[in-house]
Design a protein. Structure first.
Length: 684
């Protein structure tokens, strides 16, 4: 950061905007924004009578994008040091294959490919990913691994090969052990390709039995324990070693090592990982599974020169290199805070770096350069960043991230206010990539994060309001909780005027949520603004008012006793279904029509903690953990969602990515429950 002659900081060559604290919020009616650049029209309604009209107008101008925070400055010294520590050494940094081991910062990769020989033809597998569904695709069973690449293990099944692949660090060097688990029915070669990624400078060669890579500051040599077999028909465009894979084969960088030496290094690193996990006692296996669930999707992202957690490599492939999602990636930051301060910081800063010019976190942020400019996702950022800060309290981190979070918080009531409460929506916006569906019911569903939830069936989208005609209990509750979490962070930063603004806004929305309480049912229900009636379609989001501390203890008790613990609605062996068991769509299980989703269990768990409810929250955490570990033990998967009928992640009724990082939330709750992490309900 440099300073201009005016004394204002300059970011990326242009003056940074002044971010002034806004006055307290009071509800206001405004005309729909038919065009992106159109300013809101504020009228003095009963809802807005609590504040002078000029104050409301000023507040809306401040938060509607006329003055809003920039994304975090990624060049501050403390954060650059974080990325420099992360982006170093050997790891599966390249998103395109879990069998491509990359050395940073050089960008040199050892790509493990496979060649299957048959009597008539041959097949070649240049890359491998977890969870590919195509017929004949490789099948990967992920195993334990570290974030820093010091140890990893997986099993691969492809054509006639079944093998285990293990890697470990030995100082600055990498060792790889490939062990066939059975003798292949037909010959298989391991092809070790030398690759330089991302147009980094370097020269590659094979010199006899050795691969060499020469870089401006480093020379890397790679050795194998098996002899190279000449095969001019290998489908590689770079120097390679071709090794017969009928018995264990070892690779090592730096210097030659025997197979026994490599096996010993692998065993030592595996034991070190297990000993680290054993510090968590009965949660040792859970630690390995939770960490693996995120670590296998950790990548180096070259467009922005960063290490960042992603939800899944299949998503990265589909989205042009990487995929960051609005609420998913905030959860990943909290998960990684358990074991890695640097990675938790990076996951927050890099996600907030995707802030749109409109001042909000988009639904998705894609490697091909596009974003969801018309929609956001549920506002969990302040809640998760508060917990990351509690785990790793460094002031620079708060200073770097707070204004972007505040900008997003202020955005919601300017673009999604619907008759005094918030509704999910989608608005007209720039669309340079010609996304076919914007400002529609479908994209409003995407903003909810629960795309096709039964809650939204038959609910119309109002293009004048740019919202669904549904005041959403879950959204308003998360927004109130976000306001209160950010108020705590504002206090930690000494920004008391902003703290007052946030608390006033939280109290205002909490008061208006009283209109959604149905005393006969003992529930807060979504409200249809087109009909003026409450909607009785249910999901676990209806428990989020407890996360916002809206209901009295008596009401919270009714909500849990009459609904959460009701086996006809949500309770059972496999919990929590995304719609009630008595809902007409429950039997489908597909996507949000009955499947069990990590954020719903997790946010409901946090909600319960605000009201004590030790037995219920413990049961929810334990059942989530057991479902998670059962699938991990069965096939090494950390699934996107699970069946609430079978408890598995591969039930044929589901639409579920087999390996999706936020699935680790199912196991993560157990660490909060065990006291490994600070109790979220206690605040700062």
């Amino acid at each position: 950061m440099v300073v201009s002659f005016s004394g204002r900081p300059v970011i990326h060559g242009r003056p940074a905007p002044r971010v002034e604290p806004a006055p307290a919020f009071g509800a206001a009616r405004r005309s729909p924004k038919k065009n992106v650049g159109e300013r809101p029209c504020v009228t003095s309604s009963a809802a807005g009578a609590g504040l002078p009209i000029r104050v409301l107008a000023l507040w809306l101008l401040l938060v509607s994008g006329q003055v809003h925070a920039q994304a975090p400055d990624r060049g501050i010294p403390q954060y650059r040091a974080v990325q420099e520590r992360l982006a170093t050494g050997w790891n599966t940094w390249d998103s395109r294959s879990v069998l491509r081991y990359v050395l940073l910062p050089e960008g040199f990769a050892l790509n493990l490919a496979l060649k299957q020989h048959y009597w008539l033809d041959e097949k070649y597998l240049p890359t491998a990913l977890i969870g590919r569904w195509q017929e004949g695709a490789e099948r990967i069973r992920p195993g334990a691994r570290t974030y820093d690449g010091s140890y990893s293990e997986l099993e691969i099944s492809w054509e006639t090969l079944q093998a285990r692949v293990q890697t470990a660090s030995d100082g600055d060097d990498l060792v790889v052990l490939v062990t066939p688990l059975a003798t292949p029915a037909s010959r298989v070669k391991l092809v070790v390709e030398a690759v330089v990624l991302w147009n980094r400078p370097g020269a590659l060669a094979r010199e006899g039995e050795i691969l060499t890579a020469e870089f401006p500051q480093r020379l890397v040599r790679v050795f194998a324990t098996a002899p190279h077999v000449e095969d001019p028909y290998v489908a590689s465009k770079t120097p390679y070693l071709a090794l017969e894979l009928s018995e264990p084969v070892g690779l090592s960088s730096g210097r030659p090592r025997t197979l026994a030496e490599i096996q010993d290094i692998i065993a030592e690193r595996r034991e070190a990982l297990q000993q680290d996990a054993n510090r968590y006692g009965e949660l040792a296996e859970a630690l390995l599974a939770v960490q693996a669930g995120v670590a296998w999707n950790l990548i180096y992202e070259p467009r922005h020169d960063r290490v960042v957690s992603t939800v899944g490599r299949l998503w990265n492939e589909e989205y042009g290199g990487y995929a960051l999602f609005g609420w998913d990636n905030f959860f990943l930051a909290y998960i990684t805070s358990l074991s890695s301060r640097d990675l938790a910081y990076a996951n927050v800063v890099e996600h907030l770096h995707g802030l749109t010019d409109g001042g909000f976190i988009p639904n998705d942020n894609r490697g091909n350069g596009s974003k969801s400019w018309d929609r956001s996702q549920p506002p969990v950022g302040g809640i998760m960043v508060r917990e990351v800060y509690r785990r790793h309290p460094e002031q620079w981190f708060l200073e770097a991230t707070f204004d972007a979070l505040l900008s997003w918080n202020r955005w919601w009531p300017t673009r999604r206010l619907n008759e005094g409460l918030l509704s999910y929506g989608s608005h007209e916006a720039e669309n340079p990539f010609n996304e076919p569906a914007v400002r529609t019911k479908r994209t409003a569903g995407y903003e909810s994060g629960m795309d096709d939830s039964p809650m939204y069936e038959d609910v119309p989208f109002n293009p004048e309001k740019n919202t669904l005609e549904l005041q959403d209990v879950g959204l308003n509750s998360l927004y109130i909780a976000d306001c209160r979490a950010l108020a705590e962070l504002a206090h930690a930063l000494g920004r008391e005027q902003v703290r007052g603004e946030l608390l006033a806004r939280a109290d205002s929305f909490a008061e208006r949520m009283e209109s959604l309480w149905d005393d006969d049912a003992g529930y807060y229900y979504n409200r249809r603004t087109d009909l003026g009636t409450l909607s009785h379609r249910r999901s676990p989001t209806l428990f989020y008012p407890m996360l916002a501390r809206v209901p009295s203890p008596e009401r919270a008790d009714r909500m849990v006793r009459e609904h959460l613990l009701n086996p006809g609605e949500f309770w059972g062996e496999h919990v929590l279904p995304s719609t009630t068991r008595d809902d007409s769509s429950f039997a489908r299980q597909r996507y949000w029509k009955g499947a069990i989703w990590p954020p719903l269990n997790f946010l409901t768990y946090l909600s319960l903690r605000n009201y004590g409810m030790e037995d219920v929250r413990r049961a929810l955490a334990e059942r989530s953990l057991q479902m998670f570990l059962t699938e991990w033990r069965r096939q090494g998967y950390v699934s996107e969602n699970y069946s609430s009928i079978t408890g598995t992640g591969d039930d044929e009724r589901l639409s579920s990515d087999p390996f999706h990082s936020w699935g680790a939330l199912f196991g993560f709750m157990a660490f909060i429950e065990a006291g490994v992490l600070a109790p979220p309900e206690e605040g700062l």
